[in-house]
Design a protein around this ligand. Sequence first.
Ligand SMILES: Nc1ncnc2c1ncn2[C@@H]1O[C@H](COP(=O)(O)OP(=O)(O)OP(=O)(O)O)[C@@H](O)[C@H]1O
Length: 310
Amino acid sequence: MILEIKNLVKRYGEFLAVDNASLAIKEGQIFGLLGPNGAGKTTTINTIIGLSKIDSGEIKVFGKELWANEMEIKAQIGVVPQDIALFWDLKAYENVTFFGRLYGLKGETLKNSVKEALEFTGLWDRRKDYPKQYSGGMRRRLNIACAIVHKPKLIIMDEPTVGIDPQSRKHILNSVKKLNQRGSTVIYTSHYMEEIEEICDEIVIMDKGKIIARGTNEELKALISTEDKITMELSGINYTVVENIKKIPGVKDCVVDENSMEVISNKNSKNLGTIIDVIVNNGIDINKINVDKPTLEGVFLTLTGRKLRD
Ligand SMILES: Nc1ncnc2c1ncn2[C@@H]1O[C@H](COP(=O)(O)OP(=O)(O)OP(=O)(O)O)[C@@H](O)[C@H]1O
């Protein structure tokens, strides 16, 4: 395990921000921490990087106790904080160089690493600009360049796509995948379930300081769904077609109402093609088709009764 947290408790005064959270992250994963605003994601991250003292619990990073090995551990972590952390009166490449030096890089290694980090984030051509000349998305990317210049084993990104343009968002998500392929384990926090779905191997859902669910994308969705639902708008529905659809393996029910049909199948029965064939072979036109897939938003809603994004 690259990171192990056991029974973590963090209070701000009387307020319980992280409530007995435990999680384990394997080397090589893109691990998603999903939860609405105020769930306790940043607080959890801050405890992992030693920014915030814990009230009780255990944190092991790279198999070692965080408190006893803080400097050694921090040298192998790259953090992209939620709020942009840059020097405004330093040029982009000077910012990255500063962070590289902080992590002990020198001479040619430093120079090459800075170039690589700026190329990786697509900012090499704009390296001589100041952050104030950058768009919000470019500043985020520069923040990422600063965090990865020392090629850390573990990269922690705290909501890196909040408030940025779609192009930069895409760039950042691709960077996360590439960093992972390059060998880094990534912890990615977000309240955008689409992003977490797209890039994460394993996900933990947090709410009000508690971990309320964990698993792969599929495992989490399986929590709320045992069936697939297909709804169609058709012209000329007849009794025979309904009977024939009900005979298809995996189909649990077929209900019609005027021009619409709803077919419920066992999960993953993969019989959509057969259902369509039966309809078409009965001379019925399909005007519209919709397959309901479970989403992480749905998982959150089922578990908490609330939407992820209010
Ligand atoms: N320094 C602090 N003092 C008091 N309360 C705090 C402090 N920092 C965070 N909190 C509270 O702890 C809770 C968890 O906050 P945290 O920032 O960890 O949530 P989050 O899941 O990261 O949400 P967001 O996406 O909004 O940052 C919130 O209710 C927040 O108001």
